[in-house]
Design a protein around this ligand. Structure first.
Ligand code: UDP
Ligand code: MN
Length: 272
């Protein structure tokens, strides 16, 4: 039986092109599979094709067009070695979804393994410590309250102060700068944003707690949709450190729920 829908709360993601949309499609299907009772919303920009939007609307309740916001901060993005992340400022638009009382933002490169609707019991801003610098939160998963006022303050802040990494994470951590010390209930468990490299960096912990993971995050340059499929088998590039089981689950969902609907790509760039 479908769970009763909670109308004023939503999971929200973002895609600025068709490539990240593939991640968003798998994410959306992973949320449906765990029978979330919340709405699914995706913010898209002009870079997402009409065919892709229509496919997105088969799994998302709302496909909302927003304008692109780019930090244009090449200096810090070069330090981060991720020049493409300036557009992640577009994420700020999620605060404008004022038809919802509370939302959980999920990056398009995350994958939900277990129902995590309990996240809606948390307050703005709740998030998981970043593995690289745990005094900062990772902005791939966070709980927030849409508000035009907060949106305006964030945009003003972005103009005045910018972001220390050129992306949304550096900006949001400056804006919510008391997150590290204010309230421990706003620190979410690593299970809600498990960096998929964690099985390599702390294998015993992964063996102990890995089965409880609720959300995996394929953080870094190499996204699951950039892997090569050859004769129906997933080819894992040698530099990949993503945990194999999670990557396989991503691909299983992709092959069963997404790939069959991509006929609109004449050259089929993402699959054989
Ligand atoms: N994103 C996007 N287009 C881009 C880059 C990023 O739509 O060109 C969105 C997408 O939702 C993505 C999020 O911004 O998941 C953050 O970027 P990414 O996940 O690549 O950063 P990482 O988690 O690897 O630091
Ligand atoms: Mn990400």
């Amino acid at each position: 039986m479908e769970p009763k829908k909670v109308e004023d709360e939503a999971f929200v993601t973002l895609a600025t092109d068709d490539s990240y949309s593939l991640g968003a499609l798998v994410l959306g299907h992973s949320l449906r599979k765990v029978q979330t009772s919340r709405s699914l919303v995706i913010l898209v920009t002009v870079g997402v094709s009409a065919d892709m939007r229509s496919l997105l609307s088969s799994v998302y309740d709302l496909v909302e067009e927003v304008g692109e916001i780019d930090s244009k901060d090449e200096v810090n993005l070069t330090v981060l070695t991720r020049p493409e992340l300036g557009v992640t400022f577009t994420k700020l638009h999620c605060w404008r979804l004022s038809q919802f009382k509370k939302c959980v933002f999920l990056d398009a490169d995350t994958l939900v393994l277990q129902n995590c609707d309990e996240l809606f019991n948390r307050e703005e801003l709740s998030a998981v410590p970043d593995v690289g610098w745990p005094d900062c939160f990772n902005s791939g998963v966070f709980v927030f309250r849409p508000s035009d006022e907060t949106y305006k303050a964030l945009v003003q802040f972005a103009e005045d102060k910018g972001s220390f990494d050129g992306g949304d994470q550096g900006l949001l951590n400056l804006f919510f700068q008391d997150w590290a010390t204010k309230d421990i209930s706003q620190h979410l468990s690593f299970l809600y944003n498990m960096n998929s490299n964690a099985s390599y960096t702390y294998l015993p912990a992964f063996q102990q707690f890995g089965k409880d993971v609720k959300i995996v995050h394929f953080l870094g340059e190499l996204k699951p949709w950039k892997y090569i499929v050859s004769e129906g088998k997933l080819m894992k590039p040698s530099e990949s450190q993503h945990s194999e089981d999670h990557l396989q689950y991503w691909w299983d969902l992709y092959m069963s729920h997404v790939e069959p609907h991509l006929q609109f790509y004449q050259d089929a760039p993402y699959h054989e």
